[in-house]
Design a protein around this ligand. Structure first.
Ligand SMILES: [Zn+2]
Length: 406
């Protein structure tokens, strides 16, 4: 399987070649990308799996991700996001999440020779060595467990290996950063039950994800968690002042606890001008976009397809690949080379940087990082080893805490 992928990646290498004298570096980048375990911690492609007519194994013109493009991009490990919006009524969020997880399982069952659900780091390494894409899941939003620790444990047993403590709204036990504006805090961080949730995650070996949480929630998590944490899809606030991004002291605090910041690729989070242009663009499209979102509230797969078509017709602002590389440079400098990774937010956002239009372009990141002088060792860590190290440490803490505490 590795040999088959080599051919594809060499082909991409040919496409990347643009100036003479770069051949050596490009060859090094492709060889490094091919041999590294490449991990991404955030894909929102999952609603499409609920549509039996949408083929994951076909190459699509729309969206950011499908099996052929994942293979071209040399992506080895994907955390599928179980993203469920705010849903009223007891049991309804859990039921929607179970349906989404079921759709992920059905996708995996349709392609047993290409993908496999991984339970732990040892499983990830085995599955990747067999030439398959290791698949894991992350819950996007602590509201999904509906304040139930048994539900949290149930999700773990189904293969969920991280939970983002909040989405863009507060849960009953943790404050969110919001998306475009920061809502007034209601808990001033994490409540007592919120700390119990974090402890339960530590005991299970489920990674605590601080993307989307408020700065104060993050401070509380740093104190409460006995294991290192991840930010599954967040960028640097020093480069783009957005509440979804992490300020330098937070990058350093996550790093000093041994964690990893997985950088988000969304242009509106990467660049101030792109953010303002995106807001203006959304305002112009408001009258079409809002009804489109609500029309398919009960049919997530149809909604996702309609949004993909809408974004293709009304392209959102983008940024050059260099702006994304600036975030990698900054995070590597501030947090350190052991604490940065990839959490692109595939299919969760309306645009990607120019030169990173979909997952098939991932080798361009490896080449860009080498061009900027990062060592092969650093790049290999950023591509995946950092996340695998954190996950191993989370597994170790769970073993140390022991079953008796569960
Ligand atoms: Zn998100």
């Amino acid at each position: 399987m590795r040999a088959a992928r080599t051919g594809t990646l060499l082909l991409i290498g040919g496409l990347l070649a643009c100036s003479p004298g770069q051949d050596e570096l490009e060859a090094e980048a492709l060889s490094l990308h091919r041999s590294a375990i490449v991990v991404d911690t955030h894909s929102d492609t999952t609603p499409l799996f609920e549509d039996p007519n949408w083929r994951f194994d076909r190459r699509h013109a729309l969206g950011h991700m499908d099996l052929p493009r994942m293979r071209e991009g040399g992506l080895d490990v994907q955390f599928w996001s179980i993203y469920i919006g705010k849903t009223e009524g007891p049991g309804r969020t859990i039921r929607k999440a179970l349906k989404r997880i079921d759709a992920v399982y059905r996708m995996l069952e349709q392609h047993p020779d290409q993908l496999e659900l991984a339970q732990d780091v040892a499983g990830i390494r085995r599955i990747v060595a067999e030439g398959k894409i290791a698949s894991l899941m992350g819950l996007e939003g602590g509201h999904i467990i509906e304040d139930s620790l048994p539900a949290l444990r149930g999700f773990y047993r189904r293969g969920v290996r991280y939970m983002t403590l909040t989405h863009s709204f507060h849960t009953n036990w943790a404050d969110s950063s919001g998306t475009d504006t920061t809502p007034a805090p209601v808990h001033l961080g994490l409540t007592r039950f919120g700390k119990q949730v974090v402890h339960a995650m530590n005991q299970l070996g489920m990674m605590v994800d601080v993307s989307h949480v408020s700065d104060q929630t993050l401070v509380d998590v740093l104190r409460a968690s006995r294991a290192p944490m991840i930010a599954s899809h967040s960028s640097c606030r020093a480069l783009a002042n957005h509440p979804r991004n992490l300020p330098d002291p937070m990058l350093q605090a996550i790093a000093s606890k041994g964690g990893v910041i997985m950088l988000n690729f969304y242009p509106a989070y990467l660049d101030q001008d792109a953010n303002e242009a995106t807001r203006a663009h959304k305002l112009v499209l408001r009258d079409d976009l809002i009804p489109l979102r609500s029309r398919f509230k009960l049919e997530p797969a149809k909604g996702a397809r309609a949004l993909q078509a809408f974004y293709a017709q009304h392209p959102f602002p983008s940024v050059p690949l260099d702006i994304l590389l600036d975030h990698f440079d900054h995070a590597i400098r501030v947090a350190g080379p052991d604490h940065v990774g990839i959490g692109a937010d595939w299919d969760g956002v309306p645009s990607m940087p120019i030169g990173m239009e979909d997952v098939s372009h991932l080798p361009a990141l490896t080449l860009g990082l080498l061009r900027r002088g990062h060592s092969a060792e650093t790049v290999r860590k950023v591509l995946g080893e950092n996340l695998l190290r954190v996950m191993s440490e989370v597994e170790y803490v769970a073993r140390e805490l022991g079953y008796s505490e569960r």
